[in-house]
Design a protein around this ligand. Structure first.
Ligand code: ADP
Ligand code: MG
Length: 646
């Protein structure tokens, strides 16, 4: 038997390993299992190159707990280790990474350490977080002298022992003698939980415990039996089943993202989505299968989920894997921000996961990967658009939030997205940016040559305004999405000489100024006296009264809200970009159409009471057209109107 000291300089390593980050203790199991998977893969590779000629046999990795002995063990049938290899890889190399960790520990914050340890930093030595003693019993795939089975033991002090082992079978068994604080890892449900979290898609089968399954009983020597049951029509009822215990394999060794897209059906992707998100009832709108091997390796499947308007958009649904080992589901900073709205999995050995998040965000490799993902997503969307525009339009209302968000948050995305990003008008027709520009180019240029995009945010509430604008031969876009106020700003910056104006931002004449406005027909005295009468009833702080000569058909009074003011208010409510500006008060314009015959009549009305009543009525009608007449005011308006009919 050989004994040795791991490293005299760092005697304090184990207390530190044991102590850190309680919440992350569970990763020890991930580390042990990924080592077992690595060892198995290595053996397979050796076999494929003819360097290992023996039987591979069943390569299933076994995870076992023994409550009596308080142990948890992971056993593989991989390459195993010789005594020299144990000395080298466990005592020296694995230890030096642990040592490096300790030296960093002194300078880093807890959160930064979390990222380091949490992501492969410590490997094998993380088992000391939960163990009093760790035993490695291993036999190399190699044969002959120097390749005998060995047993390594370490109780957490820097001393270890290495001795001959009686182990017969190739591979490695790592046995953890769990500390009293770590008894939870003796509980089947807890171990299963960790396995399901980190190991669900590992490439080598992992067995933990057994499960009960029901299998039909086959009656010996009766080939006909099968047919008979079918003929009965009640397939399952007629058939006898028996309960049997089977080894429970916890993982899917060939997850969908590793398979060839050409060999997969839509249904496969949907099933996989259900597997990833068993609590989601909606089907994804579509998926993108990522498969890149140059200049970096990246595979994955991204899903566009159905977003419900009323429900908060769910971020952090993407799961990140490193060679099929689950790493994290908080991918902020790793993928472009707008893609964090997507669902699915991404797998890359090239994302440096053993570093802190802030480092990740500034890593040029990550930036490249991130840009590449964005390009792939854009390509796929363009392809869908070109392949079947009708279908794309059907999905548009559901996917537009992602694309708009992309345009707002990533300037490079716009250049790709402009080919397939759609605008929808109030008639439900869809246009690309280019098509829409052509559509309104002649009618909607103002006298300065600025193209005015008119839009509504609610076809019901803004109905009368939309109608008035359409009567002029203008077109109205429907921009009713949650992030549309930001989207409009982004488009104004991208489009040349263009401006977006909501249909109720001004009177029809002035929404798109073709020529200088006609002066009001009313002379100054008339305006002054009407204004005085109006101000008796209308709050002049909230409404700025003005006089215009519009067509006779237009309403006598009309309420508008200047585009700029309304947008400031919308933006401050959304809290984006401009900072919080407090509760901005609403301010409106009240425009008197002096060409409407009612106004002339109103001025000539000798009865002061009647005059006041008419003003009130006209004002309420204007409020009504804006959807602003509510509650008590509305009830009184109805009562008064009924009186008038009498
Ligand atoms: P890493 O896996 O990043 O190399 P670890 O600390 O997890 O670091 O493991 C250190 C080394 O110990 C591995 O690289 C490997 O050579 C060896 N090793 C650990 N577990 C096993 C195992 N189950 N079978 C064979 N070798 C192993
Ligand atoms: Mg490892």
């Amino acid at each position: 038997m050989q004994t040795g000291k791991i490293n005299v300089q760092t005697e304090n390593i184990f207390p530190i390993i044991k102590k850190f980050l309680y919440s992350e203790h569970e990763i020890f199991l991930r580390e042990l299992i990924s080592n077992a998977v690595d060892a198995t893969q290595k053996l397979k590779t050796l076999a494929s190159f003819g360097k290992f000629k023996g039987e591979l046999g069943d390569l299933t990795i076994q995870v076992k707990v023994n409550k009596k002995k308080k142990t948890l063990s992971v056993t593989d049938r991989g390459v195993g280790m010789t005594a020299d290899e144990v000395s080298k890889y466990i005592n020296q190399i694995a230890f030096s990474s642990a040592e490096e960790f300790v030296s960093q520990f002194k300078t880093k914050t807890e959160a930064e350490m979390n990222a380091i340890i949490g992501h492969f930093g410590l490997g094998f030595y993380s088992s000391f977080m939960v163990s009093d003693k760790v035993v490695i019993d291993t036999k190399s795939y190699q044969t002959g002298t120097g390749a005998e089975a060995v047993k390594w033991e370490c109780d957490g002090s820097p001393e270890y022992t290495l001795e001959e082992s009686k182990r017969k079978s190739r591979g490695t068994e790592v046995i953890l003698h769990l500390t009293d604080d770590s008894k939870e890892y003796l509980e089947e449900h807890r171990v299963l939980e960790i396995l399901n979290k980190y190991c669900r898609f590992l490439p080598v089968p992992i067995q933990f415990g057994t499960e009960k399954v029901y299998e039909p009983i086959k009656e010996e020597g009766k080939g006909k039996k099968e047919e008979e049951t079918k003929d009965e029509g009640t397939k399952d009822e007629g058939r006898k089943t028996k309960e049997i215990e089977k080894p429970r394999i916890i993982n899917d060794t060939n997850p969908l993202w590793k398979q060839k897209p050409a060999e997969l059906k839509d249904e496969d992707y949907k099933n996989f989505y259900r597997k990833l998100y068993p609590y989601s009832f909606d089907e994804p709108l579509f998926h993108i299968h990522l498969n890149v091997d140059y200049p970096f390796n990246l595979t994955g499947i991204l899903y566009f989920p159905k977003v419900k308007r009323s429900v908060e958009i769910q971020k952090d649904k993407i799961q990140l894997y490193c060679n099929q080992v689950f790493v994290t589901d908080s991918v902020e900073g790793i993928v472009p921000d707008f893609l964090t709205l997507l669902h699915g999995v991404m797998d890359s050995p090239d994302i440096p996961l053993n570093v802190s998040r802030s480092f990740l965000q500034s890593d040029p490799n990550v930036k490249k990967i991130s840009n590449h993902i964005m390009k792939k997503v854009a390509d796929k969307l363009e392809e869908l658009f070109k392949e079947n525009r009708e279908n794309f339009e059907k999905k548009w209302d559901d996917i537009k939030v992602f694309i708009e968000y992309g345009i707002i948050s990533e300037s490079t995305f716009y250049d790709r997205a402009k080919k397939f990003c759609l605008l929808k008008n109030t008639d439900g027709k869809y246009f690309t940016f280019e098509e829409y520009e052509k559509h309104i180019a002649t009618a909607q240029k103002d006298k300065e040559g600025t193209l005015i995009y008119l839009y509504a945010t609610n076809t019901e509430e803004q109905y009368s305004y939309i109608q008035a604008v359409k009567d002029r031969g203008y077109d109205v876009l429907l921009l009713d999405g949650i992030i549309d106020p930001h989207f409009i700003n982004a488009l104004e910056q991208k489009f040349d000489k263009s401006h977006f104006t909501r249909v109720d931002a001004d009177t029809v004449e002035k929404l798109i100024k073709k020529e200088d406005a006609q002066p009001s027909k009313l002379n100054e005295d008339q305006q002054k006296s009407l204004r005085e009468l109006m101000e008796k009833q209308i709050d002049s702080k909230k409404y700025t009264i003005s006089f215009e000569s519009q067509s006779e058909k237009e309403a006598p009074f009309m309420i508008t809200q200047p585009e700029f003011m309304r947008r400031m208010k919308d933006m401050s409510m959304l809290g984006g970009g401009m900072g919080y500006m407090g509760d901005l008060p609403d301010h409106f314009n009240l425009v008197v159409n002096s060409n409407n015959p009612v106004i002339g009549k109103l001025l000539l009305e000798p009865d002061g009471g009647k005059q006041a009543a008419t003003i009130k009525q006209l004002f309420d009608l204007a409020l009504l057209a804006q959807g602003m007449l509510k509650g008590k005011e509305l009830a009184e308006f109805i009562r008064r109107s009924t009186e008038l009919v009498k």
